[in-house]
Write a protein that binds this ligand. Structure first.
Ligand SMILES: [Zn+2]
Length: 236
């Protein structure tokens, strides 16, 4: 084998590995799971989503702000958190927001689960959501932990009839101060955007209020995920 052949083979392997990393790490790649990340629209509408809900201190503050501004949002809940804070989960639903599925345990090895284990984990979270959500408010939405997708997740989501919701604006609010996260978000807002936030962060309410005021000032309207993507309730 000559040097050029070796270089070509190495380049091909590196390119393949890079593609595999992109396919699983980028939720918008859509390689393994068909994912709704941004709506195709010219209208100035966007949606807010919160991951890892509910949180005992922060979620009530977030709900207070949403109520004050009359805004509906989607909360991707971790099943074990619903069990721990059932009243807050119920409040999310009772105030007209959507409770989505973010897995039961949200463990870092979720993407490595066997199909059976993953199916059980996701179904366990969904059962908790269904128990507190009236049929007309059930959308069977799933957001993979860490935004990672792979063939097993693709299979489980498809078989379970879930609609996978991604995002096109990652706020990085878990690793940046609210002001930096806010600047990052507003630079990226376009019609149809889906913003990823985390209500569990200690200053999430500060970021949310600042964001709502900016969005309102710019003439955008905040709608919920079901309206943004024209989804119908899934009464399975
Ligand atoms: Zn998460």
């Amino acid at each position: 084998m000559n040097a050029i052949t070796v270089i070509l083979i190495v380049t091909a392997i590196v390119a393949l590995l890079a593609w595999l990393v992109y396919a699983s790490a980028s939720i918008s790649s859509g390689v393994y799971v068909h994912t709704l990340c941004r709506a195709k629209t010219d209208k100035p509408v966007i949606a807010l989503t919160f991951d890892d809900s509910p949180h005992p201190q922060q979620t009530p503050l977030i709900l207070d702000i949403l109520k004050e501004y009359n805004i509906k949002a989607t909360f991707f809940a971790i099943g074990s958190n619903i069990e721990q804070y059932p009243d807050i989960a119920a409040r999310i639903v009772n105030e007209g927001h959507i409770l989505g599925n973010h897995s039961y345990a949200h463990t870092s090895n979720f993407p490595l689960f066997s199909p059976n284990k993953m199916r059980d984990d996701v179904a366990r979270c969904e059962a908790l959501i269904e128990r507190i959500t009236p049929p007309e408010q059930r959308y069977r939405l799933f957001r993979p932990p860490f935004g990672v997708t792979n063939p097993t997740i693709g299979k489980v989501v498809k078989e379970g009839g879930y609609t996978t919701i991604g995002w096109n604006i990652r706020s990085l609010d878990t690793v940046r101060p609210p002001l930096v996260a806010w600047q990052r978000i507003v630079k990226r807002i376009r019609p149809g955007s889906v913003i990823l936030l985390h209500d569990r962060m200690p200053e999430s309410h500060i970021l949310l209020e600042k964001l709502i005021r900016w969005i309102d000032n710019e003439g955008y309207q905040i709608v919920n995920i079901n309206e943004l993507f024209d989804l119908k309730p899934q009464q399975v």
